[in-house]
Design a protein around this ligand. Sequence first.
Ligand code: AHR
Length: 482
Amino acid sequence: MSIELLLQKKGPKISKYIYGQFSEHLGHGIYGGLYVGEDSDIPNVNGMRRDVVAALKAIHVPVLRWPGGLFADTYHWQDGIGSKATRKKIVNTNWGDVTEDNSFGTHEYFELLRQLGADAYINANIGSGTVQEMAEWVEYMTMAGESPMSKLRQENGRQEPWPLKFFGIGNESWGGGGNMRPTYYADVYRQYQTFLPQYDKDQPIYKVACGPNEDDYNWTDNVMKIAGKYLDALSLHYYTIPTNDWQHKGSATDFPEAQWDATMSQTQQMDELITRHTTIMDKYDPDHKVDLIVDEWGTWYDVTENTNPGFLQQQNTIRDAMVAAINLNIFQKHADRVHMTNIAQMVNVLQAMILTDGAKMLKTPTYYVFDMYQKHMDAELISGIGAVPENVSYTASQKDGELTISVVNYDAYEANQLDFTGIQAYQTIQTATILTAQAMDAHNTFEEPDVVQEVAYTGATLSQAGLQLKLPAKSVVTITLK
Ligand code: AHR
C-alpha cells in the first residue's frame, strides 16, 4: 500500500510539548528514581541522579508536570521549602500511605528542570488548598520585585524568580480531586484563575483547566460553556487498560495474545476521544483559542508482583512501545488542537521511560520510541492520502530541510510494507532506526538491560518511485530523508 505525502500543503506545527512527561510524588517516581538527596552514594548533582538525568536529557524532555496527579490536591507547598531538616513529614494518603519527608519541593523541582532543560508545569491544589495558598505559591515562584513571598524565596536561597510556563487548576476534579460536578468545577476554576497572579506581563502563565475523564463529553461541554473564555487549555485523561477493567487490568508481561490485540484497540480510542472532545470545544471556541492537552496517558497494568500496590510499578515491553508510537501518531495528527501531552509517568511509575532499582537503571522500550520521535518536535505536520495496511499507523513531518517519517506495525505476527510517494524533493536517507522484538512481552531487565533497544534500520529503499519500508511484526521505524 502507498501513501502520497502532500509536502506542499501547509500543516500545523507539532508542538514539542506533545513529548511532555509527568512525575508525581508516587512510589519511586521521584524519591529514589529522580531524586536521591545530596548525601546519597548514588552519583548525583544537587540530589538528582546523574544517570537518570543524563538519559532524560538525551530525549530532550520539553516539560515536566508536577507534583501530581492526585497528590497535587493534598500538597501544601509550604511543607516543601526551607531547611530539609525541619520540613514537615506528611502521609501520602493517595499512594501507599507512606511518609513523605518533603525533601523534594519547589526548589528541587526547578533544579531538576534546570538540569533537564525542561519547562515547568505545576498543578495547584484546589481540592484541599485555598485560593490564597495557590496565589502565594505563584507569588513565591514568579514575583521578581519585593513582596512577602519573594522575600521568603530569597531567604531560602533563590534570588531570581523561576519561569513558570504552565499551571493546572485542578486535577481530576471529577474524581479524586474533589468529586465535583462540571458546573460547580467550572465556577471554582473561574474563581481560582481570577487570583492567579501574572507578574510577568510579557510571558503570561498558561492556564490549564481540569478536563474530562475519558469519554465524559458532558464535562467538556459544561466546562467550555461556563469557563471556556478563561482558559488556555482543557486537559483530557485517558489510560490504556488492556482488559478495560480497573479491578483486573492484566499483567504487564505475562499476558495472552488476546490482550495484545485488546491493548491496541483500547489505545486507539484516543483518536476518537480527541476528535469528539474537540468537536465540542469547537462549538464554544470556533477560533481554536483553547488547546486540548492530554496531561495523563499511557498503559496501566496490575502492579509488579510483590511490590507496594500503591506504587504503580510495572514492567514495560515492546507492547508499550507500540502504544507509545500509536498515541504519538494520533497526537501529531491532531496537532492543530493538541498542544501538550504528558505520559504517565516518567520514572518507575506506570508507562515509564526509565526504571531504577537502587543504583541500577534501565531504559524501557517506551524510552526508545520517545528517542526515535524527537525530530518531530516543533516540525510541520505533513499529511498524506492513501490507505495503510491493517495494524499500521504512521506520522510525517518536515523541519530544517528534512522529512521524518515514523511508522508502527503493531501486528503481533505479520510483517507489513508501506510505501511513500510525492517525496522527490528528498534524495538521501539521513538516518533510519528500528525498535522491534520477537516476543510480545520482550522487555529490559536490570540483568539484561539491552534486550529491546533501537538499532540501525536496513529495510528501506529510496528510489525515483518513492520510499519503500519493510516493517517486521511488532516494530517502530523512524526514517529521516534529506
Ligand atoms: O498517574 C496516576 C494517577 O492517575 C494520577 O495521580 C491521577 O491523576 C490519575 O488517576
